[in-house]
Design a protein around this ligand. Structure first.
Ligand SMILES: [Ca+2]
Ligand SMILES: [Ca+2]
Length: 196
């Protein structure tokens, strides 16, 4: 198992929101709804609709094609084989990147506040500590605030194969997400590794 395999499995677990061991359309609907709820955004708003559409497109165009056995779900094995590459993403970024940044920019001034960033990040499975650290790293060094474009760029960077700045830091943040308050009856820390 190499480092990229571990990263793939960590991502897989974050996306398997309902914890049934497979990725399908429902997981990405839940991801969008968790972010919308975490930010207190009205479910029917334009920003919410854009995020839901972004995650739906991401599922259909990026994740669903990894379903090599055609059962309508993407298993951990299929995901690992799918080799998520930024080259496969429309415009070089996942479709939810711009909508999630727009949603977190509550007042539309192009900047995201720390609390809103952490709410978004924890809603998709990152730990609060990692989220705070990442905000500080990405924030404008003069104003101390995070520009929406900087976050969109970071989400895109996250998909590049050489994106690991320090793998321990990144994986610690990702694995911490397994402890979020989502019911995951099928999620077991060792099960994915055992299938490698
Ligand atoms: Ca699932
Ligand atoms: Ca499948």
């Amino acid at each position: 198992m190499n480092e990229n395999w571990h990263r793939a499995q960590a991502r897989f677990r974050m996306m398997d929101v309902n914890g049934n061991g497979h990725l399908d359309r429902r997981d990405f609907e839940l991801l969008a709804l968790q972010v919308i709820e975490a930010l207190g955004e009205p479910a029917q708003s334009v920003k919410s609709a854009a995020l839901i559409a972004g995650y739906r497109d991401y599922w259909h165009t990026v994740i669903a094609p990894m379903d090599s056995d055609g059962d309508g779900q993407v298993s951990a094995e299929e995901y690992a084989q799918g080799a998520v590459s930024v080259a496969a993403l429309p415009g070089g970024r996942p479709q939810y990147a711009a909508p999630i940044a727009a949603l977190a920019d509550r007042d539309g001034d192009g900047m995201i506040e720390l609390d809103d960033f952490v709410a978004c990040m924890t809603a998709v499975g990152f730990s609060p500590g990692y989220s705070g650290t990442l905000y500080a790293e990405l924030a404008d060094p003069t104003g101390g605030r995070l520009a929406t474009g900087a976050w969109v760029a970071e989400i895109s960077r996250y998909y590049t194969a050489d994106a690991i700045r320090t793998s321990d830091d990144l994986l610690a943040g990702e694995y911490a997400g397994a402890g979020r308050g989502v019911t995951r009856p099928g999620a077991r820390a060792g099960s994915l590794h055992g299938s490698a």
